[in-house]
Write a protein that binds this ligand. Structure first.
Ligand code: PMP
Length: 456
């Protein structure tokens, strides 16, 4: 019998209760701040997802620099959450700080409804990395996806989009669909959808080309919106030949392919698109590229750009549905330029990926030693463990391996010992400032958490 089969849920519950108590004891200031906010903030927090906290309340940020975060109670953490990619460049990297200071403070002017010359530099750099020639900016990855989908519908004249089971692409209305037993259904918990999303969206299982072919054969799909590897239900890597198959099928059915590289950017300087030589029609990327300053972008192939330009009836200048007043603002673009030029460089990716490999090997060593049937999957600078082995090959199977209690236990155990993981995942991300010591600290604490869980 392996160790997982011996997992004692009573022991897990007791350990979790112990870690919750320790967490509450360690964070009196954060707890007080959280309580005080009840009078003015919906759900006590600036954004309701901040209530996703294994300890019952979030710790408050005091300071962050590089790969290190300090909370309001003075505890310091090795930060592997990195704002769930928003701080993949590290917290306040000096070149971005300098660019922000210079744009916002010295030159002056964050948002003036006027272009700055930084934008074309960023467009050219994104083109070099992702291979698509023309770029436009937004402030969030959600908006990049929303506008990419609008453009896909515009140029194909088709109404629907296709996404993969258990995907997440931000708060894009069309993407809140999963596969139920009898086909696609609105995702559980979907908040006030404008229409039933099964009217707008088709769904396929990741790594299933036949399923995708059947959906595309309906001839009504404008664009497939996909992460080249799923990252929001654990990391699910594409099987050999799968992405080539997706490209072939989308071309055959006249459907545009949109790669959302917001998380998969971890695969390398040009995300999976660059690392694996993919040829999407559009790419979206957000969160990290502004070094923490809100910034995102979408890129178009020459052909899609031409088809967009030929649609004289489409209002791309005023109120046609693609746009945001602060999108492409001077501050955001200056931050992107500095971050791409000096922080998330090719060399930085080599360092981050090597550390993620060390991190993954450390976790795998613990799993092997304890014969735990969990798995760890790495995608460049990002790595994640999942409570099943071998690693799942699709969203359904990965979702089935979810275990909220185990998630909470590991997050809290690590948190109480100075390590932050992303609250929505067992995900660890490396930034240019992450050190081997940070990674090794995680390895030690993770081993201790597992040993306590299983009984040493
Ligand atoms: N795309 C992917 C793949 C994401 O994971 C997310 C957010 N986690 C988004 C888009 C949306 O990003 P944002 O919330 O910053 O708009």
């Amino acid at each position: 019998m392996d160790d997982a089969a011996r997992l004692d849920r009573g022991r897990l519950a007791a350990l979790l209760a112990r870690e919750r108590d320790a967490f509450a004891q360690r964070h009196p200031r954060s707890r007080a701040a959280y309580r005080q906010a009840a009078g003015s903030l919906l759900g006590n927090v600036p954004m309701t997802w901040m209530n996703k906290a294994a300890g019952g309340f979030p710790v408050y940020l005091a300071e962050a620099r590089g790969a290190s975060v300090t909370d309001l109670d003075g505890h310091r953490y090795a930060d592997f959450c990195l704002g769930d990619s928003g701080a993949m460049a590290g917290h306040s990297p000096p070149p971005t700080v300098q660019a922000v200071r210079s744009r916002y403070g010295e030159a002056g002017g964050a948002t003036a409804m006027l272009p700055t010359t930084d934008a074309a530099w960023v467009g050219a750099e994104l083109a070099r990395r992702f291979g698509l020639p023309l770029w436009s900016f937004t402030l969030t990855a959600t908006d990049a996806n929303r506008w990419a989908l609008r453009l896909a519908r515009l140029v194909t004249g088709r109404p629907k989009v296709l996404v993969f089971n258990w995907c997440y692409h931000g708060t894009v209305d069309e993407a809140f669909v999963t596969l139920g037993e009898h086909g696609q259904v609105s995702r559980e918990g979907n908040v006030g959808p404008p229409v039933d999303p099964t009217l707008t969206t088709r769904v396929a299982e990741f790594n299933d080309l036949d399923g995708l072919a059947a959906e595309l054969a309906n001839g009504d799909v404008a664009g497939v919106l996909m992460e080249p590897a799923l990252t929001n239900i654990g990391i699910v890597l594409p099987l050999p030949g799968y992405l080539e198959g997706v490209r072939e099928l989308t071309r055959r059915h006249g459907t545009l392919l949109v790669n959302d590289e917001t998380h998969t950017f971890s695969a390398g300087p040009g995300g999976c698109t660059g690392a694996w030589g993919l040829q999407p029609d559009l790419v979206t990327v957000g969160k990290s590229i502004g070094g923490g300053v809100p910034a995102a972008a979408y890129g178009l192939s020459a052909e899609v750009a031409e088809r967009v330009a030929s649609r004289r009836d489409a209002d791309l200048v005023d109120t046609g549905g693609v746009g945001g007043t602060l999108a492409g603002n001077a501050l955001s673009v200056a931050a992107m330029r500095a971050t791409l030029a000096h922080v998330l460089t090719d060399e930085a990716f080599r360092h981050m990926t090597a550390l993620a490999t060390r991190f993954s090997e450390g976790v795998q060593g613990v799993l092997d030693r304890r014969r735990l049937p969990w798995s760890v999957v790495q995608l460049g600078a990002r790595t994640e463990y999942r409570f099943t082995s071998p690693p799942p090959v699709d969203g359904r199977r990965s979702a089935a391996a979810g275990d909220g209690e185990l998630d909470d236990y590991l997050h809290l155990y690590l948190h109480n010992r100075g390590i932050l993981l992303t609250p929505f995942h067992n995900m660890a991300l490396m930034c240019p400032a992450t050190t081997q010591a940070d990674v090794d600290l995680h390895g030690e604490v993770f081993a201790a958490a597992v040993d306590e869980l299983l009984g040493a």
